[in-house]
Ligand binder design. Structure first.
Ligand code: ZN
Length: 398
């Protein structure tokens, strides 16, 4: 069932205690020495050892029973259209199903799957504003969908970007999915967008579906969008030499997606690590595209990149949370005071060969999600999608 939900209004605090492993989402200190987190009004108000936390008037207490807590996962690359329906695969409930994969925020890379989407300028602006409004008003399962990402077309002028920004649009859809495909054209519009506070993403690699285009590394570098969208292709990747050029040639976000080329994704992670720039790596699914809806897509990326990419699991969790929040200027993604109280609680899946959560992920297994919290409200208990874990958080009262 998809529930509409806004920010928390209930009085009193949410206390989550007995957390066995606190993942911060920050690369600088990915594991915190803490077992308790307290939230009020949808925000984190305390993090630390239980004896040191000001618990205050409690609305709900959750015993984590030793499970790990991480910031809610952020999918940096999705293509929503309207509500919790995707016309690409004609599925309902895909966003709420993704909540059960630990995702609490999704970022639209363009509402491009709308059948008959308008390509005229007034039409594309109207669609973007409508998408921004509808997802601001409606959160499937409680998931925050940041949408309203227009696909730029030839003929747009600076005032179009000013108008979009004034109307509340904060994102551009993937550059290259419309008629603007040349680097110099994209660069001018990306700069206009940036001037008005609109963040940009560019399609990278071969065409995703019939009708989209090929964007090579030179074009990506010339356009200078904020995020190198699906650097590992969506689906068709650039040659690894060009992916290395992209990592070395700019400081923009390195987005690796589930529905892309896995070898290219692993290579991009390695290039970023060799550059000492893992803080640029962010994760998405590119769902629902040709490869479909991936409710566990972000967890699968974490496990794949950690196990095959020789990267600590706690570091990969940062790539799916704090890195994305920093690069996209979001108020979630990190467990620290003042941030949005969006959490996923999880544990080692039953019968994993790993000894604990992190070890199991580093061996390629998915964790079992036991509870998801958004804005300090429990949105689901034991996930219906992940493998079950031995330990599951419990609501003691509330
Ligand atoms: Zn794309």
């Amino acid at each position: 069932m998809a529930l509409a939900a806004g920010p928390e209004t209930q009085k009193g605090r949410m206390v989550i205690r007995n957390i066995g492993l606190m993942l911060s989402g920050r690369l600088e200190d990915p594991i915190l020495d803490a077992d308790t987190v307290v939230a009020e009004g949808g925000r984190i108000v305390a993090v630390g050892r239980e004896k040191d936390c000001d618990i205050g008037e409690v609305r709900v207490t959750i015993d984590a029973h030793g499970c790990a807590l991480a910031p809610g996962l952020i999918d940096s690359h999705v293509h929503p259209v309207f509500g919790d329906w995707t016309p690409r695969q004609n599925q309902f409930g895909w966003i709420e199903s993704t909540l059960h994969g630990g995702v609490t925020t999704m970022v639209s890379a363009g509402e491009v799957h709308l059948p008959g989407r308008p390509r005229d300028i007034v039409g594309l602006k109207a669609l973007a504003i409508t998408a921004q409004r509808t997802y601001d008003n409606f959160r499937p399962g409680g998931v925050k969908v940041l949408a309203g990402a227009p696909v730029i077309e030839r003929g747009m002028v600076e005032s179009d970007f000013a108008e979009l920004a004034a109307a509340g649009v904060k994102l551009l859809g993937e550059v290259g999915l419309g008629s603007v495909k040349a680097g110099y054209e994209a660069r001018e519009m990306v700069a206009w967008a940036r001037k008005y506070g609109i963040q940009s993403t560019i399609h990278t690699g071969g065409p995703s579906v019939p009708g989209s285009g090929y964007i090579d590394a030179a074009t990506v570098l010339e356009a200078d969008a904020d995020i190198i969208g699906h650097i590992n292709g969506g689906h068709t990747a650039l040659p690894l030499s060009q992916i290395r050029c992209l990592c070395e040639g700019c400081g923009r976000g390195i987005e690796i997606v589930h529905n892309g080329n896995e070898l290219a994704g692993l290579s991009a992670l390695r290039f970023a690590r060799e550059l000492g720039q893992l803080e640029r790596v962010i994760l998405g699914t590119d769902g629902p595209a040709g490869s479909g809806v991936q409710p566990l897509g972000i967890l699968r990326m974490i496990a794949m990149l950690s196990s095959l990419g020789d990267t600590k699991a706690e570091v990969m969790f940062c790539c799916a949370t704090g890195n994305t929040a920093r690069m996209r200027d979001l108020d979630c993604g990190i467990v620290e005071i003042g941030r949005s109280a969006d959490f996923v609680m999880m544990d080692r899946a039953q019968h994993s060969s790993g000894t604990d959560l992190l070890d199991s992920v580093e061996k390629g297994d998915l964790p079992g999600v036991g509870m998801v919290v958004i804005d300090g409200i429990v949105r689901c208990g034991r996930s219906r999608n992940t493998p079950p874990a031995d330990r599951v958080p419990e609501i003691l009262h509330g």
